[in-house]
Design a protein around this ligand. Structure first.
Ligand code: CTP
Ligand code: MG
Length: 173
């Protein structure tokens, strides 16, 4: 069933989605790179990657996974939430690192990568560490992965446009 596939995909990726969203909403303050520049003279990560954002992203993913496991248990929520939240934040940071190397300033768009960085990070983390730290690790089907990859930019874009229209965001991307 298509709806069931969509539900499975959303259910799996939800901690990363919410973690990323709340990191963007409640992030700010001290930058992770300490304001330092790389050998090329550009910021290492830039002022958009902050310690508070990182902490909010990881903690909120753990909270979301905990709420989910109360409804339907799949994984240890602390371990799974930590993997997904940290993976999402690292994926976002790796993308920012490469954006700065391309001399794209913080906050300027890099389409596709901006939308999928955190999903890629969360999935890489899940496959790298999940088999070792989760009791009931299972590989995702290709259809679930494809569904996540298609739904994420769509959901991301809709929410951003909504936030922009509501005056919560300065840019629509
Ligand atoms: N944010 C944060 N800490 C993080 C991730 C995000 O504080 N680890 C906050 C920042 O306020 C950031 C906003 O969320 O400006 C939007 O995040 P994002 O779009 O990922 O960063 P950009 O500012 O667009 O920077 P970049 O060009 O590096 O993607
Ligand atoms: Mg951005």
């Amino acid at each position: 069933m298509v709806l069931e596939e969509i539900f499975n995909a959303v259910w799996f990726i939800l901690p990363a989605w919410i973690g990323n969203m709340l990191a963007c909403t409640f992030g700010g303050g001290k930058p992770i790179d300490g304001g330092r520049t790389f050998v090329d003279g550009y910021p290492i990560l830039g002022k958009g990657k902050t310690i508070r954002g990182l902490a909010v992203g990881v903690l909120s993913a753990i909270i979301v996974a905990s709420l989910q496991s109360a409804a339907r248990y799949t994984f240890n929520p602390i371990i799974f939430g930590f993997l997904m939240g940290l993976g999402a934040m690292l994926g976002d940071m790796v993308k920012s690192f490469f954006k700065r190397r391309l001399n794209i300033q913080s906050g300027r768009p890099l389409p596709v990568f901006d939308q999928l960085d955190f999903v890629a990070g969360a999935l890489v983390m899940y496959y790298l560490f999940g088999p070792h730290v989760l009791d009931n690790f299972y590989p995702l089907s290709w259809t679930t992965i494809a569904t996540i990859v298609i739904l994420t930019p769509a959901a991301h874009l809709s929410l951003n446009v909504l936030g922009y229209k509501l005056g919560l965001k300065d840019v629509w991307w």
